[in-house]
Ligand binder design. Structure first.
Ligand SMILES: *[C@@H]1O[C@H](CO)[C@@H](O)[C@H](O)[C@H]1NC(C)=O
Ligand SMILES: *[C@@H]1O[C@H](CO)[C@@H](O)[C@H](O)[C@H]1NC(C)=O
Ligand SMILES: *[C@@H]1O[C@H](CO)[C@@H](O)[C@H](O)[C@H]1NC(C)=O
Length: 930
């Protein structure tokens, strides 16, 4: 009676507790990034004149154009712009006052984008690399309504200035620049457009040539030379603000930074100011900050920087006689600083960000309108490293004589992009991760310790292992007091189903691994795969000078040490847990040869015979056919555990896998005949195990390859021909010792084996080709601790900004062709072969999110067998955990602890209540028989 009641209660509770969210968005994480914002292409702007709130717009170093919501740092929209060649990658982004479009310029393309949602409004090709793009803010009163026009200055063979209609993108006029002077920048005042050109003198000095154009007709109205002979050594000493303002200026210094010269563009007078020295160090950089609005006061700020400090001076321009006068100075402060300019009506405000303070002054006087101290920017950095501002943009509102609200976004030296509201950190976008070039997983110290203990227990004898385990738990008991303190919280979390995932504490599953990312700017950034929104540490490891680059390769050891090496340097070790550099003699990790540029196959694919005397001469050479180039060469991963040497068939017979740790997949291309060849090579003997040639390949499309265990996969795009249409294909091959079950081929009976002896029987390769709906740019495979779990093939789909995980069983080359599978094959999970492979929506690891610009996917095993960690990088960063054979060794999130405990309790109560009844019944029964 009681029991049914309790059962009913439990059942009644069940629905309430059984609501569990999908694991998506819990176990995976995604940073939609833009890349480091550039100072001159970042600004606050209202997406349309009627909206109250502004967004932050930027065009980044990675050529991503986007809008970010200043409230929470979320991305509103973004567009990835093609750079049109690496040699010329300057880019521009402008927004006219009160306009609902932003205008970008990159390569030779000028484009207008809807500021609210990022839709393309128009684009136009400028017929030459762009040198500058500006928006015409004419004050003739005619053009205040509607879209404002843009002017573009382009170089190349036919340098010219063009006026582009703001509404349609049509070219209104163009002015061809004569002579051989290099176009440099545009400036526009309310009545004129100025093209500034660099004129090389005979002595290799630079002079500035200014050409004034009528904005309405594009006719030249004036032309003159600025700066005297021998004054400007290089264009690097020109500091300028392109731009619209009531009085556009151009400034330059001599090479030693002793004098500053300023010219109000449109006049010929030049004002000279001697630059004061504030400390013993040479001035390294001079920057100019001026308002971009035509109605603003014509004041500007000059920012001086030395290796150890910075200061600034504010200048006013007298519009009547175009005279420039120094107004006041802002004092020298140690470290780097950033200045930003904001306007409100005609007023101009300069905001200064230093290591520990944010302050705002009016351009008219040096009185401080607002000052906030910054304790730190709240970002992770290297041990002892000072985080410094690199550049900033601000939005200021001033009431009376004080700043009532200020929002400032600052790019920091760590690569983080942060927003400060009234001096308080609001959000942080880890934009440095957008330039990740190499990644490795590493174990944090506590997991290393646990893994070592488990290793001891796994390999000792059962008794010793048991004693070891008991000892381990005794040591764990020392943590009991702190555990008890956290008990109530844990119980609540347990009941609410917020499982162990996000609870702090030790990680017994190995999910909380450290992901170390090396960035193009020479930093090493460590993320916690369990708490990815937190950067563990972020340190400069390469010490790159401006213009230098590095090609790092990363690896990690079992005991939580990350090794960094680059083409130039030796390996340096860092502790993965805290980023400390480790001392000691360091091994050198050879850089992987750059196969994409190398035609010297002899070097890259040299096998070596392992004899007592190390003979480093090539033991074999693979020479591609004349005219072939190597696309890529992938070996089997070094750490590629295989649980079983064969495939056990339904009838208990075994198909032996061809497992050789020295096999590699080589892809070559023959451009003349658009053919791609794929070879599986034995890298010790040089034997070709498998080869296949595909004609009619689009060799400009990516050709990704992967090799693991005894199988390989590659994908390509084939051109349309008479017989076939253009399509994307995925080929899977699996290598067996023999295709006859229980037969190991010729080698089977021999007790010893040498790769160098030519095998009499080559292994057998089964391959299968699948038509796939879209191209794949990169292939990867899940990895687990012992290789028992089945595999998933991870494919990056650049066309849909997605990553799919294809279960190996789906693409198994053993799928029966042209017949239905037999009962035995069905039981093995083999389906009838179908040439078209559609991507199942369930395979999309990214769910609805767009994962943009992925260049590589890395995987690592967790401590438990069922799970593989996945991390994808490129522009965006995406990570997740995969259990290709489901979580057979861990309780899922959906496991209802409360229900289980309630059931146990109910059974206990029931036993307690029912036991006397049963007892009495038994006693009664005995009496009855008497
Ligand atoms: C742009 O080009 C310059 C040299 O022309 C180079 O130093 C810089 O790294 C390039 N930037 C990007 C993002 O490619
Ligand atoms: C790394 O640092 C952690 C904590 O700072 C420490 O416990 C661990 O022993 C260190 N590992 C190595 C290899 O030095
Ligand atoms: C390997 O096997 C061959 C015959 O199968 C035998 O001649 C040779 O001596 C063996 N080598 C070793 C090292 O056992």
């Amino acid at each position: 009676m009681l029991l049914p009641l309790l059962t009913a209660v439990t059942l009644f509770l069940a629905p309430a507790c059984a609501v569990f969210s999908d694991e998506a968005w819990n176990i995976d994480y995604h940073f939609a990034l833009l890349g480091a914002p550039k100072e001159e292409t970042s600004f606050f702007h209202r997406p349309n004149p009627s909206s109250k709130a502004s967004l932050i717009y930027t065009l980044s170093e990675e050529h991503a154009l986007g809008a970010v919501n200043p409230r929470d740092g979320s991305l509103v929209w973004r567009q990835i712009l093609a750079s049109g060649g690496d040699s010329h990658n300057t880019s521009f982004l402008r927004a006219g006052e009160g306009q609902d479009v932003v205008i970008s310029g990159i390569g030779s393309e000028v484009a207008a984008w809807s500021a609210a949602d990022g839709r393309l409004v128009w684009n136009v090709n400028a017929d030459g690399p762009l040198e500058d793009v500006e928006i015409l803010e004419l004050s003739d009163g005619k053009e205040t309504v509607g879209a404002k026009d843009a002017v573009a200055l382009s170089g190349g063979e036919h340098p010219m200035v063009q006026r582009i209609d703001g509404a349609s993108g049509a070219v209104k006029w163009q002015y061809s620049i004569d002579g051989s002077d290099a176009p440099y920048q545009l400036s526009a005042s309310s009545t004129e457009v100025y093209a500034i050109l660099l004129h090389k003198t005979i002595l290799d000095y630079v002079k500035l040539r200014v050409v004034a154009l009528d904005p309405v007709t594009g006719q030249k109205t004036d032309e003159y030379m600025l700066s005297s002979e021998n004054e400007l050594a290089t264009a690097d000493n020109v500091i300028s603000v392109g731009a619209n303002s009531a009085s556009p200026i151009i400034a330059w210094t001599d090479a030693a930074h002793t004098t500053l010269k300023v010219n109000v563009v449109g006049t010929k007078s030049i004002s000279s100011f001697s630059i004061e020295r504030h400390d013993g160090n040479a001035i390294e950089r001079v920057k100019l900050h001026a308002p971009y609005h035509i109605n603003s006061l014509s004041h500007f700020l000059v920012h001086y920087e030395t290796a150890t400090s910075h200061w600034a001076e504010v200048y006013h321009i007298d519009l009547k006689n175009s005279k420039v006068e120094k107004a006041y100075s802002l004092p020298r402060v140690a470290g780097r600083g950033a200045f930003s300019t904001s306007t409100a009506d005609a007023n101009v405000y300069f905001t200064r960000v230093t290591r520990d303070e944010l302050s705002t002054v009016s351009s008219a006087s040096h009185g401080i309108l607002g000052r906030w101290s910054l304790s730190s920017f709240g970002v992770a950095s290297g041990v002892g490293e000072q985080v410094e501002p690199v550049h900033a943009v601000s939005e200021v509102s001033v009431k009376g004589d004080t700043v009532s609200a200020i929002r400032t976004t600052v790019l920091l030296s760590t690569g983080d992009w942060v927003l400060l509201r009234d001096g308080k950190g609001i959000w942080n976008r880890p934009e440095m991760l957008a330039s990740t070039v190499a990644v490795t997983f590493a174990m944090p110290a506590d997991v290393v310790a646990l893994a070592q203990q488990l290793e001891v227990e796994a390999h000792g004898n059962p008794v010793a292992a048991y004693i070891h385990r008991v000892q381990r738990h005794v040591v764990d008991l020392q943590k009991l007091p702190s555990f008890l303190v956290s008990m109530p919280k844990k119980i609540v979390q347990g009941f609410l189903g917020t499982s162990a995932d996000h609870a702090a504490g030790s990680d017994i599953f190995g999910f909380r691994q450290i992901i170390a990312c090396a960035t193009r700017s020479g930093r090493l950034v460590a993320l916690d795969a369990g708490h990815p929104d937190r950067t563990l540490w972020n340190r400069d490891v390469a010490d790159l000078k401006p213009g230098q680059s590095w090609r790092p390769s990363l690896s990690s050891t079992k005991d939580g040490v990350i090794q960094v090496s680059s083409a130039a340097g030796t390996g340096i070790n860092y502790n993965a847990t805290d980023g400390q550099q480790l001392a000691g003699d360091l091994p050198i990790i050879p850089d992987e040869p750059d196969l994409s540029t190398s035609r010297a196959v002899r070097y890259t694919m040299r096998g070596n015979s392992l004899e007592a005397t190390y003979d480093w001469s090539p033991s074999w050479t693979f020479t591609p056919i004349h005219g072939e180039r190597i696309l890529n060469l992938v070996p089997r991963p070094v750490n590629d555990p295989v649980a079983s040497i064969g495939k056990v068939l339904r009838d208990r017979r075994v198909l032996y896998k061809y497992l050789d740790s020295n096999i590699a997949l080589l892809a070559t291309a023959h451009d003349a005949s658009s053919k791609a060849n794929f070879y599986v090579l034995n890298t010790i003997s040089g034997a070709i195990i498998y080869s296949n040639a595909h004609p009619n390949i689009d060799l400009t499309a990516p050709v990704p390859t992967i090799m693991s265990e005894n199988w390989f996969a590659y994908s390509f795009t084939s051109e349309a021909s008479d017989a076939t249409t253009k399509g994307h294909q995925l080929v899977i091959g699996e290598v067996f010792e023999s295709l006859i079950p229980d037969n190991r081929g010729a080698m089977g009976a021999s007790s010893n084996y040498s790769t160098l002896q030519t095998a009499t029987d080559p292994p057998f390769t089964l391959t299968q080709t699948y038509q796939i709906p879209e191209p794949i740019s990169q292939l990867a495979v899940t990895r687990t601790r012992q290789g028992i779990t089945s595999r998933q093939l991870l494919a990056v789909l650049p066309a849909s900004n997605a990553i799919v995980g294809i279960p190996y069983g789906i693409v198994d080359p053993r799928r029966p062709v042209n017949r239905d599978p037999t009962k035995d094959e069905q039981a093995e999970g083999l389906m009838r072969y179908a040439p078209v492979l559609d991507f199942d929506p369930k395979w999309y690891l990214n769910h609805q999110r767009e994962v943009v610009g992925i260049k590589n996917v890395v995987t690592a095993p967790a401590l438990i067998e069922s799970t593989s960690l996945v991390f994808a990088y490129g522009l965006d960063v995406f990570g997740t955990r995969l259990s290709p054979s489901f979580s057979f060794d861990i309780l899922g999130r959906d496991f209802n602890k409360f229900q289980m405990l309630a059931t146990v309790a109910a059974l206990a109560v029931a036993t307690f209540v029912v036991a006397p009844l049963v007892m009495r019944k038994q006693v009664d029964q005995r009496w009855r028989f008497l």
